[in-house]
Design a protein around this ligand. Sequence first.
Ligand code: 48H
Length: 263
Amino acid sequence: MVQFQRSLEERISRAIIRNTMNDWLKLTAVDVVIVGAGPSGMVAAKYIAEKNLCVVVFERRLGFGGGIGGGGMLFHKVVVDEAATSILKDFGIRFERDEEENLYVLDSSELMAKLAAGAINAGAKIVLGVQVEDVIYRENPIRIEGVVIQWSAVALAGLHVDPLFVKSKAVIDATGHDAEVLQIVCKKLPEANIVLRGEKSAYSEVSEKVVVEKAGRVLPGLYVTGMAVAALHGLPRMGPIFSSMLLSGKKVAEIVVNDLKQA
Ligand code: 48H
C-alpha cells in the first residue's frame, strides 16, 4: 500500500490553521478583553492573567507597545517616577535613576518587549492585526458584554466584510489618546450617558496623578485605562513619562479582578 504523505507546504498550512482555530474557539468567550497592546493594556493583561482569568488583548497593529516605541520624540529613552518602579521590577525591566532630574530612565525597546513578555508569560493572549470596531451590549441595566472584531487589514482595505464577536465579562479600553471603545459607546449607546470630554494640553505633574485616580469602571462591563482616561475625563497629557500608564494599568486590573470575583 502506498503511504500517503503530505508535502511540507500542506503540513505548514494545516498546522497553522488547525492550531489557530483551536485558539480562536477558546477566544469566542473569555473573562476579559483588553483593547490595545500599549503600556497600560499590557500591564493590565499581566495582573489580570496572573489571577487565572482568561485574558485576550486585541491589537490593531502587527506589533505591541503602542506609543512606547517612539520614546520621547524618537529618542530611545522614556522616564517614570519612583511610584512606577515596582511595576518595572515585576516585569524584570531595567532602569536607571537620573540623579539630576530625580527620574528613572529606561530604554523604550526594553519596555515594549518586556511588558509584552510579562503579559504573555502570565497567560494573556495578545492577538495582533485585529481591531475592535464595536461592542456587544445588553439592557436594563445597560452593560457591555463583549466586543465586535475585524481584521485590521480588512478595515484598512475598506472592504465590506461582516465582523465576528467575542463575549467577555469585562472590556478594557486601553486604546490610548483616541479612546476608541468609549467613542463607539458614546456614539452608539446614548443611554450609557458617556460624555467624552477630550484630552487637554500638557500639564505632566497633574496628569500623572489624575489619570491613575480616574482609571477604572465606566459602566458595568466597561473599564478604561491609560491615555483613554484623559480623553474621557478631560485631563491633561503628560508627554513621554509612563508612570501613569503603568500604574493605571495595574489599578484597572485590580478593579476588574475584584468585580469579577463578586459577580
Ligand atoms: C485594537 C487598537 C484600537 C482598536 C487603538 O496609545 P497606546 O500606547 O495607549 P496607552 O494609553 O497604553 O499609552 C499611551 C502612551 O503610549 C502615550 O501615548 C502617552 C503617554 N502619551 C502622552 C502624551 O502627552 O502624548 O496604545 C494603544 C494601542 C495602540 O497600539 C493601538 O494600535 C491600539 O491600542 N488600538 N487596537 N482595536 N480599536 N484602537
